[in-house]
Design a protein around this ligand. Structure first.
Ligand SMILES: Cc1cc2nc3c(=O)[nH]c(=O)nc-3n(C[C@H](O)[C@H](O)[C@H](O)COP(=O)(O)OP(=O)(O)OC[C@H]3O[C@@H](n4cnc5c(N)ncnc54)[C@H](O)[C@@H]3O)c2cc1C
Ligand SMILES: *[C@@H]1O[C@H](CO)[C@@H](O)[C@H](O)[C@H]1NC(C)=O
Ligand SMILES: *[C@@H]1O[C@H](CO)[C@@H](O)[C@H](O)[C@H]1NC(C)=O
Ligand SMILES: *[C@@H]1O[C@H](CO)[C@@H](O)[C@H](O)[C@H]1NC(C)=O
Ligand SMILES: *[C@@H]1O[C@H](CO)[C@@H](O)[C@H](O)[C@H]1NC(C)=O
Ligand SMILES: *[C@@H]1O[C@H](CO)[C@@H](O)[C@H](O)[C@H]1NC(C)=O
Length: 480
């Protein structure tokens, strides 16, 4: 056991001596060597740092908690560049103020989702837009479009009404819905490409309680039938997450065996506040007594998402998550499942354990880079999106297996993208194809124009961003 003080000490030493710092994401497969880990005291110190680095054209990667599945947070490795290269964390920016008149909360970029939610709760407030976990940094989570489930619930970013951001020269820009609402649409989901966000203001509401109902269903290999039934349930329940079907790796047949049952939960607002008992069975991470029918009542965040205590395993996993108009849901889900099965013979690496297909819905929006942007939807579509996630979970942390599963995961988008108007989650196995990105994100040119203004010397980009977004002016960001 490493003493919890040691990492802090190392951070301080790095900050003082500018020693090299190796960055890893949560499952250690995304990594890079930077010259230092910079943790500024406050916004002014961050601006000063940027101002100093601008003439040198230093590479700067701002990170949250590294809870992604792709190369979004990879810094420019110092073996590839002559210029300084830094990882920046705004962890120290921890101010917070609550405005109960506007029902907004303003807070520094250092707040993690878990702590922020706790603080809101203590003040009689709720934030109703979380993903299944709360381990992320709030800015890190919202800026990639992190979301939960609900046909009339938007992603986390849809609740941002204002923010403060520093460009690569250390200049501050203050955005809010009232004064520069159009530009805010570029910044809500900005992937670290538009500068260092130092503060956010989000919409909140008075403490909201939910009733959660969990049902166990029988699985069938008639996927068409199974997903048509789920599509019907999505019409009946505004907020619902389906965990399943589940498959277990069968070492004898070298294939996935369908588990006979799976489960789903739906949520509805309630004014029953006598008991708060959803955290008696976390389950959200597949832990606990999941395949069991029950109801529970709780404050919304405890009803829909799982705090770190509820996370029981952390083995490697590969994952895709795709958003598409919900009208295509039943057919798409069946085809995704069948396509996965066609890949199984190529899954010859060891240590595969479980595969879970997960289903959610999400309300569309008009954020430029939102995976659920409604800019290119034809009028007969509702503007609600279906979300399919597939998780390949290992029983043992072996990189060979992880990389094989990631490679196979990358095949889904080229196969289904055009057919179902699919947009992948930015931080979950998104293959680089700027032509495709432009088609699904029609506001990309507007986004890139702002990117150029915020980062004229291409200091904030990395290989992932350049190739995903097609930032051609930054193609030579390593050498120029
Ligand atoms: C186990 C697990 C469960 C997950 N569950 C869900 C889920 O239910 N729903 C869902 O949608 N996603 C989910 N995710 C994905 C996760 O929410 C996203 O990957 C999220 O972006 C990670 O947040 P982070 O704080 O770790 O950010 P990082 O991965 O560290 O960074 C993400 C992006 O934010 C940028 N950034 C960070 N801080 C700043 C700043 N101050 N200013 C500007 N840019 C900044 C970074 O540059 C980077 O581009 C899950 C991931 C894991 C590993
Ligand atoms: C991240 O980038 C490295 C180096 O280019 C590459 O080998 C790896 O496959 C990428 N990882 C993912 C998850 O895309
Ligand atoms: C699942 O199948 C069992 C019998 O195999 C049956 O008793 C049960 O009612 C079924 N459940 C549902 C939700 O259809
Ligand atoms: C939660 O409390 C309600 C109301 O008392 C009860 O009906 C339900 O079974 C409880 N759920 C759990 C998971 O304990
Ligand atoms: C998807 O499913 C439909 C209906 O079953 C089928 O006609 C179509 O060919 C499938 N498409 C793909 C890409 O798998
Ligand atoms: C991971 O699996 C590969 C392929 O079987 C094997 O060669 C390698 O030794 C394994 N690595 C570990 C650390 O077990």
């Amino acid at each position: 056991m490493v003493s919890p003080k040691l990492p802090l000490l190392l951070v301080l030493l790095h900050a003082v001596f500018g020693s090299a710092y190796r960055w890893y994401n949560w499952q250690f497969e995304v990594t890079c060597q930077s010259d230092a880990y910079i943790v500024p005291e406050d916004e002014a110190a961050t601006a000063k740092f940027l101002k100093e680095q601008y003439p040198r054209g230093s590479h700067i990667k701002v990170v949250g908690n590294g809870h992604g599945f792709g190369n979004l947070t990879t810094c420019v490795d110092n073996s590839l560049t002559e210029k300084p290269t830094y990882i920046v964390s705004l962890d120290n920016l921890k101010h917070l103020s609550i405005n109960k008149e506007d029902m907004t909360v303003t807070f520094g970029a250092g707040w993690d989702v878990y702590d922020l939610i706790k603080e809101l709760k203590a003040n009689g407030l709720s934030f109703d837009h979380l993903g299944v976990e709360r381990v992320q940094n709030f800015v890190g989570a919202s800026t990639t479009g992190t979301h939960g489930s609900g046909s009339s619930t938007g992603n986390m970013a849809s609740q941002i009404v204002g923010l403060r951001v520093l460009d690569s020269q250390g200049n501050l820009r203050v955005l809010d819905e009232k004064h520069n609402g159009e530009e805010l649409k570029a910044f809500r989901i900005s992937l670290g490409a538009l500068g260092l966000i130092t503060e956010m203001t989000i919409r909140v509401q008075p403490t909201l309680h939910m009733k959660k109902t969990t049902k166990v269903l029988n699985a069938t290999s008639d996927y068409s039938k199974m997903y048509q039934e789920l599509a019907q349930l999505y019409r009946e329940h505004d907020r619902m997450t389906v965990w399943g079907p589940h498959f277990d790796w069968d070492a004898d047949t070298q294939s996935w065996a369908l588990e006979p049952t799976y489960f789903l939960s739906w949520w509805e607002p309630t004014d029953y506040t006598d008991v708060q008992n959803c955290t008696l069975n976390y389950c959200a991470n597949g832990c606990g007594d999941c395949k069991k029918e029950y109801i529970c009542y709780d404050e919304v965040t405890d009803a829909i998402s799982c705090p770190p205590q509820g996370v029981c395993t952390r083995e490697f996993y590969a994952e895709i998550e795709h958003f598409f108009p919900i009208e295509y849901y039943a057919e798409a889900a069946a085809n995704y499942t069948i396509f996965q099965q066609s890949q199984t013979p190529r899954m010859d690496a060891p240590y595969n354990h479980q595969m879970v297909i997960q289903h959610r819905s999400l309300k569309g929006d008009d954020t430029y880079l939102s995976p659920v942007n409604t800019y290119n939807l034809s009028p007969e579509l509702s503007g609600v999106f279906g979300v399919i996630e597939i998780d390949w979970i290992q029983e043992y942390n072996n990189f060979t297996t992880l990389w094989q599963n990631q490679e196979l995961a990358m095949e889904f988008l080229p196969h289904f993208g055009e057919i179902y108007n699919v947009r992948p989650h930015w931080n979950k196995m998104s293959p680089p194809n700027p032509t495709y990105t432009l088609e699904k994100f029609p506001k990309l040119p507007e986004f890139l124009a702002i990117q150029e203004r915020q980062d004229p010397k291409c200091q904030f980009v990395n290989d992932f961003l350049v190739r995903q977004l097609g930032i051609t002016r930054c193609q030579d960001f390593l050498s120029s």
